[in-house]
Design a protein around this ligand. Sequence first.
Ligand code: BTN
Length: 327
Amino acid sequence: MKESGVDGTILELFRSGDGLVSGAALSRLLGVSRTAVWKHVKALRANGYQIEAVPAKGYRLLSSPEVLTNLDIAAGLATKRIGSSVVCLKETESTNAVAFKMAEEGAREGTVVIADAQTAGKGRLGRIWLSPAGVNLYCSVVLRPPIAPVAACQLTFLSVVAVARAIESCTALKPLIKWPNDILINGKKVAGLLNEMNAETEKVNFVVLGIGVNLNVRMSDLGEGLLRHPATSLLEAGGVKVNRAEFTRTLLRELDRLYDRFLQEGEGPVRAEWLERSAIRGRSVRVSQGNREFSGVVQGVDSFGALLVQLADGTVETVLSGDVSLI
Ligand code: BTN
């Protein structure tokens, strides 16, 4: 049994069948008495799970709590590494900051930190990531890849592709990737990723993949005026509310698959999928790097995640950081 224990396994059983599980089956499958099953059901109810007791038939899960719980996420995850430990917080400054500190203190690879709200969510280039409560996903994942620091930006491919796959699997929407790590729907940003690393000269100690996805937020509630680029949420783009726990589980599973492939085969396959999903391949773009600005045509990305932009004079510029916009 995983760390989610008996309560997690009960949730898993509710999810796997038609929703109704008899007390006898629960007691047999869990290897505990009927009284113990009842106690676990009571504990789950106390944690916000609405569980109906159907006379002579068993129990049925009617709804899960609005706030994400580690039971909700970890139960039935069936991943190799991602989600080895799941910490769900009601509110924190930044899940990246929490995960970074936990990693410094030795947290296992695959540790996931999720918050319902962030009070100082970190975006790229020192910006803030607006993180209201109860509507979106803010999550950070600790990885300990056996790679050199120079290769760490390859991990950006992983989280971006995982988010794109999760969106496709949970909605009817078609996300596109914009270098380096934005996910767009109809040209508007729906997710952002921020990786932070702790490394020595030759070796990465750990990387924290920070993932923020606008799931059910209304742009009017986010204060659109505060945003630098047009933004959207899956709810606004697709018109359907997304189940946050289900989206999170799907995302973590995709990340697990991609990371496994990365460890076995290197960055090639993930980069190939990244390119296929890229919104800017072959397109004319403007690149801003502080005071410097130039434009050209995107040729692809190299194996270190740098954008290759061909300028008018035919030379190819390798872009490691900056803001890129379509012309
Ligand atoms: C961007 O600017 O596009 C990156 C945004 C990254 C936001 C996520 S939300 C979870 C994690 N914790 C943070 O403080 N930031 C990242």
